[in-house]
Design a protein around this ligand. Structure first.
Ligand SMILES: Cc1cc2nc3c(=O)[nH]c(=O)nc-3n(C[C@H](O)[C@H](O)[C@H](O)COP(=O)(O)OP(=O)(O)OC[C@H]3O[C@@H](n4cnc5c(N)ncnc54)[C@H](O)[C@@H]3O)c2cc1C
Length: 390
């Protein structure tokens, strides 16, 4: 049997970053992945992911974002790839909404540069937008988007250059951890051994971490690209030089988020609902997008973007893995010290990729990390209280 220091299951967003970090620290790494680098079957495709720092979900994420921003820049430098663009971000809602108030709380607590804009100031500055009169927006320049497929490929390139042995087209069928230490991993090709194991399976977590009975909801999400009416608001106002990324929820309408036009005037204006998915599994997801789904999305989007009235340019499905409290699951396996896990990124994990890679390498090689990950404890009450039977 071939043996390694560490095996990483899942060379996707988090697993590729972990493999890179581990190899950089001198570990002999085997990475195992069902698909090819940068594939479109999991959670890391569709061209863009928002990155932002005034973090509406919880200010505890902010220090991790500082490390993640540094990590993206370092990866860009090393691979020569264009991975992160900071075009600014705005988070719009009524003054008490989590979207606005949560962002403001994080900005204030961490002293982040920001501006608070009224609805009329938003209209004036961003002519694509027509927010509700009561809404406020928190604008921060230090936000924008990262490129998911390019980032995974960059991490794969860098991990391989550092000596990691990454094998694609192999599906892990099972793993075991011995009481005295060490692990074995079986794929449809062979069985491998290692001292340590990192499991970063994305939406396949129920299959590979079934023993933990984590209360994860695997959900089908849709991104939509619509054509704006350039006669009403010219193209210049929609492009990334003049348009921020955004999250918006005002009163009872569902939270939406999206991007400026990043791929030219024909590329469409991309947006989606935030965490309004349909339960599915990674292997059975329906990849077709129905006309009614595009129509529902466009109608909601027009509440903020009244001139987003053209054709659907494209629509794609993707997979979310959602925890009950929407916080990640990162830590050591509760029953096996030699196994670390990372899953449940609840639709907001990509911007953390470089720092999650560091954390997973810390946990695998040192058994602990200096990064603040208390919020992500696999044994936290929010996960235990809602344990599924069985
Ligand atoms: C529609 C959508 C929009 C999003 N928008 C944002 C955003 O704007 N900002 C943001 O920060 N985040 C966003 N996210 C979330 C972010 O993309 C995810 O949190 C992140 O990609 C999850 O990474 P992962 O490594 O857990 O999963 P993945 O990147 O899917 O990686 C898991 C890998 O494990 C492999 N694998 C699974 N099982 C096996 C097995 N048995 N054997 C071998 N390999 C296996 C899979 O093939 C896959 O490659 C969005 C997600 C979606 C779906």
């Amino acid at each position: 049997m071939e043996t390694f220091d560490v095996i990483v299951i899942g060379v996707g967003s988090m697993g590729a970053a972990a493999a890179r970090e581990l190899a950089g620290r001198g570990a002999r790494v085997l990475g195992l992945e069902i698909f090819q680098p940068g594939h479109d079957q999991g959670s890391a495709h569709g061209g863009t992911r928002i990155t932002r720092q005034s973090y509406l979900e919880d200010p505890a994420y902010v220090p991790l974002l500082f490390s993640a921003y540094d990590g993206f820049r370092e990866l860009e430098k090393e691979t020569g790839r264009d991975l992160m663009r900071l075009c600014g971000g705005i988070y719009i809602g009524h003054p008490e909404s989590q979207t606005f108030a949560g962002s403001l709380a994080a900005a204030k607590l961490h002293g982040l540069d920001h501006e608070v804009l009224t609805a009329s100031q938003i209209r004036e500055r961003f002519p694509t937008m027509d927010p509700h009169d009561d809404a406020l927006g928190l604008f921060e320049q230090n936000a924008g988007y990262v490129r998911p497929e390019e980032t995974v490929v960059a991490n794969v390139e860098s991990a391989s250059a550092r000596g990691a042995d990454l094998r694609f087209g192999q599906r892990v069928r099972g793993w075991s951890a011995a009481a005295g230490g060490g692990v074995e991993v079986t794929t449809d090709v062979g069985t491998y051994g290692a001292d340590r194991l990192v499991i970063a399976p994305g939406a396949w977590a129920p299959e590979l971490l079934g023993d933990l009975h984590l209360p994860l909801s695997i959900e089908r999400m849709v991104f939509h690209w619509f054509a704006p009416d350039f006669d009403a608001v010219p193209y210049d106002a929609w492009r990334e030089e003049n348009h921020p990324v955004y999250v918006e929820q005002t009163y009872e309408n569902h939270q939406i988020y999206g991007f400026p036009m990043t791929d030219g005037p024909e590329g469409g204006f991309k947006l989606g609902f935030f965490r309004v998915g349909t339960p599915t599994t990674a292997d059975t997801i329906d990849r077709e997008v129905a006309d009614w789904e595009n129509e529902r999305m466009q109608a909601r989007a027009q509440e903020l973007f009244p001139h987003l009235s053209g054709e659907t340019v494209m629509a794609k499905t993707c997979l979310y893995s959602v925890t009950p409290d929407k916080h990640f699951v990162i830590g050591q396996h509760p029953e096996h010290d030699q196994v670390s896990i990372a899953c449940g990124f609840s639709g907001h994990g990509f911007k953390f990729v470089p720092v999650v890679g560091q954390i997973l390498a810390d946990l695998a090689l040192d058994g602990s990390t200096e990064h603040p990950i208390g919020l992500f404890d696999p044994m936290r009450p929010a996960l235990q209280q809602s344990l599924q039977p069985g």
